[in-house]
Design a binder for this molecule. Structure first.
Ligand code: OGA
Ligand code: MN
Length: 311
């Protein structure tokens, strides 16, 4: 099985000509980017610097970004077309935010905390499983941008795992085995994993599994990464229990501490991650009593990872 025998690159602080600075947070994944104001329109050089930082570090933390929803949307559009309908995957009543946002808060439209048995709360508990956003869509997500409007401090951290480092650390036999594999991803799989099965008949149709390659190649860096997610429910051509046991092994390998950055939130952090090369999860917190208002915008990637019938 996979072994970790990787050279660890030395983190280097970088300064861009446009005045932005990058300070790595771990040897593999995550960096803080300062000298950028996400509330204002960006120059082309600034957009390029963010993308270069993302290509290298896969997760960027931009502190002190006191964004309105409009500013967050405008900033997000620099990095590709918005993933619309991020809020409409499990229908849960009236939306608190525009449908261009994924509302990952624990609040309803009136600002009250979601009740324990609230359907949106239960569907959102899937975010506690390691996943990549929208891997259940044929054209999955590129970047996710999560704005911490009201944050939790002791719990409710968000963790990020570097799927490039995870791929690099596979032994040769496992690398050869995963190279051509294709997985089925669906929201139904990740929610069923927690015992959530309240899908309406038409939701089951719209959540029909999509196909994703298990190994992706980054279009700019050429680095390979494992494309894992809690949404996986099958490997094409494999008996299901064998597939799921293998996926569990790969998940365990990919989320070992050496490949993980743990983000502890400060109010007005804007955290950007590349869903093509990372997984993430939120950790448990006292969501029945403490308010956590987090708003995510998401961009789409260029195309499907494997040819398949259009949804
Ligand atoms: C997300 C998500 C994590 C969090 O926004 O995609 O998984 O920390 N959220 O709320
Ligand atoms: Mn997510």
């Amino acid at each position: 099985m996979p072994v970790c025998k990787k050279r660890i690159p030395q983190p280097v602080r970088r300064v861009f000509t446009c005045g932005m600075q990058i300070r790595p947070l771990t040897p593999h994944i995550g960096a803080v980017m300062t000298g950028i104001d996400a509330c204002r329109p960006l120059t082309a050089a600034e957009v390029q610097a963010v993308e270069a930082g993302m290509d290298e570090h896969a997760v960027l933390v931009l502190p002190s970004q006191d964004l309105t929803d409009e500013q967050q949307l405008a900033f997000t559009r620099n990095f590709g077309p918005l993933e619309e309908g991020a809020n409409s995957t499990v229908r849960t009543g009236e939306l608190r935010l525009a449908p261009t946002f994924a509302d990952v808060s624990n609040l309803d439209k009136s600002g009250a905390k979601l009740a324990r048995d609230n359907k949106r709360r239960m569907a959102a508990l899937g975010n506690r499983l390691w996943h990549s956003d929208a891997s259940f869509r044929a054209v999955p997500a590129r970047y996710s941008l999560l704005s911490g409007r009201i944050v939790t401090t002791d719990a409710g951290n968000t963790e990020f795992a570097d799927m490039r480092a995870a791929y690099d650390a596979l032994d040769a036999a496992t690398r050869a085995e995963v190279e051509e594999l294709v997985c089925e991803h669906s929201l139904i799989h990740s929610r069923q994993r927690l015992g959530f099965t309240e899908f309406l008949p038409d939701e089951r149709v719209s959540m029909k599994p999509v196909l994703q390659r298990l190994v992706r190649t980054h279009p700019v860096t050429g680095r390979k990464s494992l494309y894992l997610s809690a949404h996986i429910g099958a490997i094409v051509g494999w008996p299901r229990p064998e597939a799921m046991a293998f996926i569990r092994d790969l998940m365990e390998h990919a989320t070992q501490a050496a490949f993980v950055y743990v983000h502890r939130w400060t109010k007005h952090d804007l955290v950007i991650w590349d869903n093509r090369t990372t997984m993430h999860r939120v950790r448990r917190f006292d969501d029945l009593n403490i308010v956590r208002d987090m708003r995510r915008t998401t961009t789409r990637s260029d195309g499907p990872t494997v040819a398949q019938p259009a949804a």
